[in-house]
Ligand binder design. Structure first.
Ligand code: NAI
Ligand code: MG
Length: 500
């Protein structure tokens, strides 16, 4: 634990100048304030201090952005040959990489994560995602069919862009979430209205400058900053948006699905999770300790794939628990911008309060705190890395997504894979899971029984741009990343010709 340090002292003056400067939204190639003139404050989560103000966009601003996106869709973007589009997306990837000295610190400043995770993790992954989808722009082909009816026929399919897409993203990986959505949409020829989370809009606005610099035609990428209840809701219900892609809470995901029924826009949702981390008796204890700790504490637990329910074989339970608790207690808490910080704050007061409330509910219903157990310090939004034991299946700490550095641990005695899978699957979520073992048979058998979109074996939170990611059950609809993300942004047209 460290004493409070003012994050701004780690700021490069160029980053500080951009963050505290005047911010506007990118709409139709122009930088505009909100029509209402209103702004919203952005805070440094390590101090709670206001670091910037951005436009608080609402319905009128969304309307303007949708008009610009529609114009670009029926204009330059869809008439551009794919190879040209690919070049522009590749150029954007290069610019993201070249601007790591701005994007990295901006990202860590506004969302609080350790600077190394931004500079060496999220920013390069963001660039890589654009590069990967740049490659796909030239590989979107239809197919031809052999027709059964008598006569001479020629039939084929075309893969056409869905049109104007609304993309609503969260604050936990502000740049990676932007890339997972914007890159495949650009590759397929869609145009975009992007709404970053109200907590982390600054990186997205900086990205907007790179979009311009890359030479992407105006109106193709529009960025509307604002609150979810105003700008986000206006997008979900908008009659001229053809598709919404959303990452965030299951609660808001359901609201978006309902709002989308007006024009039956396509919807893809990447929602919450409550991933099990399953450690079998034969697992390498050291590897499992490191893996379970990072599954729970990486990004201060603010990851939809976070491993928040440990199931550990009784034979090694005490060893694993002791190892995880030792790591938790050694983690150095501090502002993301301080290079010596290993665990940043959570993003907001609201999130901190939600996490500490859930920990308290666990305690008062009989769970035991192995380590951690509440807020750290009294400045900023730091939460102690926390492990909870003695839980029962009905406790809110076991049922709800906590989205903080908190995990619950449960021993199991019998390596009956069906029983293990039943416990692991005892959640409304189904995003991810990890299994720690050297037993190949058990690993694959259990992987097949787990109801989640991703199963990691001897790793956790491992995402690669080639691997589809998304949820079973209430963790969402659709798959992002990989070739499957292209399906979210294209629709198939069948053309059948009777040859004269
Ligand atoms: P949220 O779901 O409210 O926010 C995510 C995005 O949705 C933001 O851009 C927000 O402005 C927008 N939004 C909010 N209300 C909206 C509405 N009515 N219509 C359209 N868009 C709307 O998530 P929040 O409140 O920040 O966090 C609450 C919980 O959600 C977290 O504790 C966590 O459990 C979960 N969450 C999950 C994420 C994931 O990666 N799956 C990411 C962020 C939050
Ligand atoms: Mg919310």
């Amino acid at each position: 634990m460290t004493a409070h340090i003012d994050a701004s002292k780690f700021l490069d003056p160029r980053v500080a100048a951009f963050v505290s400067g005047r911010h506007a939204m990118l709409i139709g190639g122009q930088w505009l304030p909100a029509a209402s003139g209103r702004t919203l404050d952005v805070l440094d989560p390590s101090s709670g201090k206001v670091i910037a103000a951005v436009p608080a966009g609402e319905g009128a601003d969304v309307d303007l952005a949708v008009k610009a996106a529609r114009k670009a869709f029926s204009g330059p973007w869809s008439s551009m040959v794919p190879a040209e589009r690919a070049k522009l997306i590749w150029r954007l990837a290069d610019l993201i990489e070249q601007h790591v000295d701005m994007l990295g610190p901006i990202n860590s400043y506004e969302c609080g994560k350790p600077i190394g995770d931004s500079r060496n993790g999220e920013v390069p992954f963001t660039a890589e995602t654009f590069r990967y989808y740049a490659g796909w722009a030239t590989k979107l082909n239809g197919e031809s069919m052999t027709i059964n009816a008598p006569g001479d026929w020629h039939a084929y399919t075309r893969r056409e862009p869905v049109g104007v897409v609304g993309q609503i993203i969260p604050w936990n990986f502000p740049l990676a979430m932007l890339a997972w959505k914007v890159a495949p949409a650009l590759a397929t020829g869609c145009t975009i209205v992007l709404k970053p989370a109200e907590q982390t809009p600054i990186g997205a606005l900086y990205f907007g400058k790179l979009v311009e610099e890359a030479g992407i035609p105006e109106g193709v990428v529009n960025i509307v900053t604002g609150f979810g209840e105003a700008a986000g809701a206006a997008m979900s219900g908008h009659p001229d948006i053809d598709k919404i892609a959303f990452t965030g809470s299951t609660e808001v995901g359901k609201m978006i699905a309902r709002a989308a029924t007006g024009n039956l826009k396509k919807v893809s949702l990447e929602l919450g999770g409550k991933a099990p981390t399953i450690v079998l008796a034969d697992a390498d204890v050291e590897m499992a300790v490191a893996g379970a700790s990072s599954a729970a504490f990486f990004n201060a637990g603010q990851s939809c794939g976070a491993g928040t329910r440990f199931f550990v074989h009784r034979k090694i339970y005490d060893k694993v628990m002791a190892g995880v608790a030792e790591r938790a207690e050694k983690l150095r808490l501090g502002p993301g911008l301080d290079p010596s910080s290993e665990l940043g704050p959570v993003v907001s007061q609201q999130q901190m309060e939600r996490i500490t409330r859930l920990i308290c509910e666990g305690k008062s219903s009989g769970a035991e705190i192995v380590t951690g157990g509440g807020r750290a310090g009294d400045t900023g939004y730091f939460v102690k890395p926390t492990i909870i034991s003695n839980t029962t299946r009905d406790m809110s700490v076991i049922r709800e997504e906590i989205f903080g550095p908190v995990a619950c641990a449960m021993p199991f005695d019998d390596e009956d894979l069906d029983a293990l899978a039943r416990d692991a699957n005892d959640t409304e979520y189904g995003l991810a899971a990890s299994i720690w073992t050297n037993n190949l048979g058990a690993a694959h058998r259990l992987a097949a029984k787990i109801k989640s979109g991703t199963v990691w074996i001897n790793c956790h939170n491992f995402n690669d741009v080639t691997m589809p990611f998304g949820g079973f059950k209430q963790s969402g609809w659709g798959r992002e990343l990989g070739a499957q993300a292209l399906d979210l942004y294209t629709q198939t047209k069948t053309v059948a010709i009777r040859l004269p």
